[in-house]
Design a protein around this ligand. Sequence first.
Ligand code: KIV
Ligand code: ZN
Length: 518
Amino acid sequence: MQKNRVIIFDTTLRDGEQSPGASMNTEEKIQIAMQLEKLGVDVIEAGFAAASPGDFDAINKIAQRVKNSTICSLARALDKDIKAAAEAIAPAPKKRIHTFIATSPIHMEYKLRMKPDEVIKRAVEAVKYAKEFVDDVEFSCEDAGRSDMVFLKEIISATIEAGAKTINIPDTVGILMPFEVGARIKELYEFIGEKAIISVHNHNDLGLAVANSLEAVLNGARQVECTINGLGERAGNAALEEIVMAIKVRNDVFESIETGINTKEIYPTSRLIASITGIEPQPNKAIVGKNAFAHESGIHQDGVLKNKLTYEIFSPQEIGLDTKDTLVLGKHSGRAAFKTKLEKLGFSLSEDEINRAFEKFKELADKKKDIYDDDIRALITSQMSNISATWELVAMQLMDSTGGVPSAAVTIKDIEGNEFTDAGIGDGTIDAVFKTIDRLTGEHGKLMDYKVKSVSKGKDALASVTVQVAFNDDEPPVIGHGLSIDTMVASAKAYIGALNSYLSMAGKLRKRDSKASL
Ligand code: KIV
Ligand code: ZN
């Protein structure tokens, strides 16, 4: 790697997935990984293999599919984590184990209950063990932002000696100011020299994650860990698109520094992740927000019409937002046009998957005149999120709730095609539908969040419903997406989607048992 090339380490599938409500199934993760590869990401942190069999499986499948990016798994400084990481990434042509342990006094004392010298010993053992499986080992000093610099240098020397090639200095709690990050990275760069690559991983609790990452680059860091749309735990991680575009647009400041990112894939990647997670970037979000290129005031509009550079510091085309793309699909569009559109939107589907998606597209085109990019994204992501469907909605009938008791009759089918029907009442129509689905499946979901939005424009717009449901108090809630011209049908599909995700993630893919029969 050249000295001035900044390695882009994407952790959307690991730290990003820790965003509340952002959990994804394996098929969704594979699609994202394939798009990250197309984007030119150097390292994809595909997950935390020891966290669950679902995480392991997703990393392993990504390792089988991605050829150009390095596939990485996170692992605590524990043998069992490192072994799981090594096994999960084994099929990847380029692979990395990322092991970590906390180094701040507060974490060592209260979380780890370990003395500093025990922490160093554990870190060294972890790096050495990881080196038995792969050459490319990264070591992270968790909560480095609040760690003592003398101790940091000690553990960094020891882990480099043990074989770590990348040393990550995370601001885990997002507390540092840019000047503090700059000073710390400068000092560490002078200390480490070229013995290892310095990486940074900044959280956004004070809204400074991107500024801190850029300051680190200016002071010698040559890897930045970031996520698409800034997804991540709490206030999120540094946004990949903002870091990359800042380095590109301000090449007067960053001089010869560059990334390997194909910026034209930024917008498709951002949209793909928003439609899979159901988490939309805020409208005024830098680079990829809906309003990032909208010029509302008359003075601005006038200026832009005369010369775009009056108010635009880079063109939307540079991030792959083709404002002139008028290819709207409809009833008469053929498979070839549909396939081209899918590729343009960043989907990597097999011929079989394209055929299934094309059938859904044709069904939709019978009901909806113009089909926009967002409709297609929603169509494909809803197909992906229901890939491991244990249950499927067959039919639904709602009884008028005006003045009466809201009620719903629902028919669903199981994986073998057996149909089950029941009817129930509720406090509102949605409550009636969800309660009836619970009775039919024998599961009991607690609705934590419900969002409905229109996918594109027109009175015939598709309704996209995202629900967050807790099926078990001991496990995190799952999300489900439903898509239909009819909002109630979309709601039922979303609820069933969440249930399917819960069942497949928990490895509980099962048939309807006798207890659930009515
Ligand atoms: O924020 C953090 O410290 C992390 C580490 C595991 C790298 O995510
Ligand atoms: Zn983090």
